[in-house]
Ligand binder design. Structure first.
Ligand code: SF4
Ligand code: SF4
Length: 237
């Protein structure tokens, strides 16, 4: 049983999926969709194309995934761990969940199939789906990091759209090398929540119970941002 970081999300759909969904999006409508997503407070989008092997491994039949990324509030993330903090984190999560349903409805109204991939669904790892986007990386602190920052949350929509601009290569793999020379997150974790193989011990980590964010706050990617860390890394290598 996976550890829950959030309360269940109610179903907010107002429209049904179309009976004969379109599977191709025009450049014009893709731009309109991206604008609609930004207008709803998300910071950007990524796209994952799931391979047959991936789908077989996870026993799913989704192909074309739209990833909606939002910045988690700096103010909340910097709060000391407390029940109040986890409550605020969940409120922010629920707000963006609601917006994700609106974006799915926007797609449905425009004749595309669109279903929220439920973040609390135990059948599949959203991080594994995110990694198929070639637009993020799993850090040594076990966070799924996109270039927009370490403090991102994301939702996903399974769509009928087969021609999203899927990235073919991941240009963030250098982060693994950078992390191998850092290790601050592991050294300074107040709960010693990483095992000998640096896997996070979910039952020990207090992020879900009290909203600990220390490994995020200490990370150079949070403090300086992805681009600055990358520039410094490039100068040294
Ligand atoms: S603190 Fe250092 S090792 Fe940990 S995720 Fe950040 S860069 Fe990587
Ligand atoms: S969230 Fe806190 S307890 Fe969990 S791994 Fe990070 S620093 Fe450790």
């Amino acid at each position: 049983m996976r550890i829950r970081y959030h309360q269940p999300i109610p179903n907010f759909y107002n429209f049904e999926n179309p009976t004969s969904p379109l599977n191709s999006i025009s450049d014009v409508f893709l731009n309109e969709l991206k604008q609609f997503i930004l207008d709803n407070g998300f910071i950007g989008v990524s796209y994952s194309k799931l391979s047959d092997d991936f789908k077989k491994e996870w026993d799913i039949d989704w192909d074309n995934i739209l990833i909606l990324k939002y910045v988690m509030s700096d103010e909340i993330i910097k709060m000391n761990p407390s029940k109040e903090k986890t409550k605020l984190e969940d409120m922010e999560f629920q707000e963006f969940a609601h917006k994700t349903f609106e974006i799915a409805d926007f797609l449905r109204k425009n004749n595309f199939k669109a279903d929220l991939i439920h973040p609390l669904d135990d059948r599949v790892s959203l991080r594994s789906i995110a990694m198929q986007s070639n637009d993020c990386i799993i850090t040594r602190s076990n966070m799924c990091m996109f270039k927009e920052g370490l403090n991102l949350g994301f939702f996903m929509i399974d769509t009928s759209i087969e021609n999203f601009p899927f990235k073919k290569e991941n240009d963030m793999l250098w982060v693994k090398d950078f992390c191998s020379t850092c290790g601050v997150c592991i050294d300074r974790c107040p709960e010693n929540a990483f095992d000998d193989d640096e896997k996070i011990k979910r039952k020990v980590c207090t992020a879900h119970k009290e909203g600990c964010s220390k490994c995020v706050l200490l990370c150079p990617f949070f403090k300086r941002g992805y681009d600055k860390v990358k520039r410094r890394y490039d100068r040294k290598n």
